[in-house]
Design a protein around this ligand. Structure first.
Ligand code: ADP
Ligand code: F6P
Length: 487
């Protein structure tokens, strides 16, 4: 695609009131790549937004020209003016405090998120939340139509914006519409709980191409269309009525996401990153085994299960500080949603108990850190960690697992990986675990600690072959080729 930017004057298209720039590539995601932070003195700072979506799409958009439609992370009645950030045209969408509560914290993260993650916690249903979800999706669709040039490629992301494909199509038949789901798509038995299930499916079927993390997710979607919506399906395709044409075919396929492997490897090879990794180990007392967990503080990530397994290994006397220590980095997330509040309390209580029972002076059993880190520091941590523990109960992909592997240019370290992550389907040579099986999880952790170094190097070599060959640029190229019909 040849990226171009055009200027369009007021009134050329319905809904446009001021002169706006238009683009051949438009991304729509709940969040912009940067969050607005208002400091105590009233000055505004823009900081990188959390989560795997931003990590992936930031790399994809570097070097491309395009627009990104999304929310700033702050409440507001009026959208901030569009602005350029690192070459991308950012088009903010305003969300009021009530809409944040109903559309983002409510419908997206307290209704859809649990249903799409095996109902690990029960889903909450409120009709007012659905109305807010519809209204906000409409606003996103209008913003997309405003910045999309004639014939543009529109790439919509994730479960927060499932109605946007059909809403954009209703206004703009000239654009090509794709949607990618960063999280799992649930089995039909769970999706069936959603009172608005058919309207969600109809919203998604406004797209030309739908991308999912795993083959099973794409199949779940097609089956839901057939069984809950009555659409005709054939293999990966759903047949949609499209007057005045006879019909339109929407394809749903697996396009597993990845990371900027080369960028991470380069960062890991820098002498200052390696020095920082040594410094981190030294500041932890140079333990024989440094175990690491890095997650958003989300109940899907299996942090409680991981801590329980670690605590039992300490209780059993199979490991002990100062020889072994655990660093858990937990990025704050969705803190006004009750299930997340409860999780934080439980995790912090558990960490306190483990440390009370097992720490020795100068050598805590668990180092718990509740904030984000810059990328350089993350890579230094990955290099410092002997065992990376990734134990989600359900996760669309889990980019952290891939980032750890990409960072281990020294072929060191070991990855404990839950079979309920998308990443498992590519990294099955890792020390695989079922996090619900605490004995099994303890064994996987011990195995990762005790396996001889040369064997671990062979495993890491195999993992790296996969991750290095399938990076985020390849993922984006494949998605766009599937969407534009050039694959
Ligand atoms: P999710 O999208 O559910 O948050 P992923 O593992 O797919 O989970 O992606 C998380 C992304 O956020 C990764 O790129 C990871 O490096 C980054 N990240 C997670 N925790 C932190 C943290 N504490 N500081 C900085 N980056 C973090
Ligand atoms: O992919 C899952 C996801 O919800 C993304 O949409 C987002 O990047 C990330 O997790 C972080 O979530 P939130 O935007 O709710 O902080």
């Amino acid at each position: 695609m040849s990226p171009t930017r055009r200027r369009r004057s007021a009134g050329q298209q319905a809904g446009a009131t001021t002169e706006a720039e238009t683009f051949d590539l438009v991304i729509a995601a709940n969040r912009l790549p940067v969050d607005k932070v208002v400091l105590d003195d009233g000055t505004v700072e823009w900081q990188r937004s959390p989560g795997g979506l931003v990590t992936a799409m930031e790399s994809v958009m570097a070097g491309r020209e395009g627009a990104w439609v999304g929310w700033t992370g702050q409440p507001g009645d009026e959208a901030d003016a569009p602005f350029h950030n690192e070459g991308i045209y950012l088009r903010p969408v305003a969300l009021t405090a009530d809409e944040i509560a109903a559309y983002y914290e409510g419908f997206s993260n307290d209704t859809l998120w649990p249903i799409y993650h095996d109902v690990i916690v029960p889903a909450t249903f409120h009709r007012a939340w659905w109305s807010a979800y519809e209204a906000v999706n409409r606003r996103f669709a209008d913003a997309v139509c405003e910045v999309a040039a004639p014939g543009a490629v529109v790439w919509i992301h994730d479960y927060q914006l499932q109605l946007v494909p059909a809403l954009v199509r209703a206004q703009r038949q000239d654009v090509r519409i794709g949607w990618f789901n960063h999280i799992p798509f649930p089995p039909v038995e769970l999706f069936a709980q959603l009172p608005w299930r058919k309207r969600v499916l109809a919203g998604l079927l406004g797209a030309d191409f739908l991308g999912f993390q795993r083959v099973a997710d794409a199949k779940n979607f097609v089956r839901a269309c057939r069984q809950l919506g009555g659409w005709q399906t054939k293999g990966q395709n759903v047949v949609v009525a499209d007057p005045p044409r006879e019909h339109r075919i929407v394809r749903a396929a697996a396009v597993p996401i990845s990371i900027d492997t080369q960028g991470l490897a380069e960062l890991a090879n820098r002498p200052e990153t390696r020095a920082r990794a040594r410094e981190l180990r030294a500041s932890l007392g140079n333990p024989e085994v440094l175990m690491l967990g890095v997650d958003r503080l989300d109940y899907t990530k299996g942090i409680r299960h991981r801590l329980k397994a670690y605590e039992e290994l300490l209780d059993d006397g199979q490991i002990a500080p100062p020889d072994v220590t655990f660093v858990q980095i937990a990025t704050p997330s969705r803190e006004r949603v009750e299930a997340y509040r409860q999780l934080r309390e439980e995790v912090e209580l558990t960490v306190g108990r483990i440390n009370g029972n097992h720490s020795v002076i100068g050598a805590p059993a668990v180092h718990y850190i509740h904030h984000g880190y810059p990328r350089e520091e993350m890579v230094a941590l990955f290099l410092a960690a002997d065992v990376m523990v990734v134990t989600p109960l359900r996760d669309g992909m889990n980019l952290v697992a891939k980032e750890y592997v990409a960072s281990r240019t020294d072929y060191g370290g070991a990855l404990v990986l839950s079979e309920f992550t998308g990443a498992y389907h590519e990294l099955h040579q890792a020390f695989v675990c079922n996090p619900h099986d605490i004995e099994g999880l303890k064994n996987a952790m011990l195995h990762a600690i005790q396996t001889p170094a040369d064997q671990k190097r062979r495993i890491m070599r195999a993992l790296r072959r996969r991750v290095m060959a399938h990076d985020v640029q390849r993922w984006a190229a494949r998605f766009l080729a599937d969407l534009t019909g050039t694959s």
